[in-house]
Design a protein around this ligand. Structure first.
Ligand SMILES: [Zn+2]
Length: 285
């Protein structure tokens, strides 16, 4: 847990999964990336499924919903999905039942970000959070419903489409409740939205797949999944120095060790400060 002004933040993981290391690091050769992320015997690296809970005092807000459990044995094998998934038990440990979640924000609709938007119940697939409003960029929803040959494997309609009646479609940047801002950051997908959280002059930033792990803080370390990698580069060069200057807490969706950190810039390079420092810095007044 971390205090951010009047808000409380909790990073909860839905467990872990694995993706091909080459796909995760794009143009970076394995000789370099495997020092930071060792590969298994199928060349996969293990990743977290980090979700963020924001308690504003009025709302329980959930950013991302992990990978869920609506998949078959082949999928589980390919992606080495940890079972059972842990998002709902993690929420429960905070005293939050599914009906207590007021807002769900998905940065985008790839299957590892919206798995618990829905769940299977008595032969139907229904929204997991029955009272929540779900926020997504309209353009991302349209892409997810009509993907191309290149990104079709990343979208599973059953994970998000049954929650459409509770979905609010956003066009561009928006402040959805005081202090919670959605910001479109193109690159990984055209309409990916990051989440800026502000309270009492303090800032946290859910950076999503723009920077999936701390290893991706280096500018050219960009995933080959990205549909617009040159835009990812532009987005990173704009955002990261700014977040370092603001001393923002940055939340990484897939880092297995560092769910959040502050950034420091020196000689044009961006590095993450350890979690312990963040915790003490965040409580420092
Ligand atoms: Zn993604």
């Amino acid at each position: 847990m971390m205090k951010l002004g009047n808000f409380e933040l909790h990073a909860i993981s839905d467990g872990s999964f694995a993706l091909d290391g080459g796909q995760m690091f794009g143009v970076v050769p394995k000789a370099l990336w495997e020092r930071k992320a060792p590969a298994d015997d199928r060349n996969r690296i293990h990743l977290s499924l980090t979700c963020l809970v924001i308690q504003t005092g009025r709302q329980n807000i959930l950013v991302e919903t992990g990978i869920g459990e609506k998949f078959n044995a082949k999928f589980k094998d390919i992606y080495d999905v940890e079972h059972p998934p842990t998002l709902l038990t993690g929420l429960c440990d905070l005293g939050i039942k599914p009906q207590d979640v007021n807002i769900v924000i998905n940065t985008h609709l790839h299957f590892d970000h919206c798995g618990w938007n829905t769940r299977r119940l008595e032969g139907m697939t229904v929204p997991t959070f029955p009272r929540a409003r779900y926020f997504i960029q309209r353009g991302e929803w349209e892409q997810a419903m009509t993907p191309t040959e290149r990104d079709r494997a990343s979208y599973i309609e059953e994970f998000f489409a049954p929650a459409e009646p509770q979905t609010e479609f956003v066009d561009g940047d928006a402040e959805i409740v005081p202090g919670i801002h959605l910001e479109v950051v193109p690159g990984h997908t055209r309409h990916l939205q990051c989440v800026r959280i502000e309270s009492c002059g303090e800032c946290a930033y859910f950076i999503s797949d723009t920077v999936p792990t701390t290893a991706h803080l280096a500018y050219p370390w960009i995933m080959s999944f990205d549909l617009y990698p040159m835009e990812t580069l532009v987005s990173k060069k704009r955002l990261l120095p700014e977040l370092a200057r603001e001393e923002a807490i940055v939340v990484f969706p897939h880092d297995p060790k560092t769910p959040w950190a502050r950034l420091v810039e020196s000689n044009g390079k961006i590095a993450a400060q350890a979690v312990e420092n963040v915790a003490s810095a965040a409580t420092r007044k």
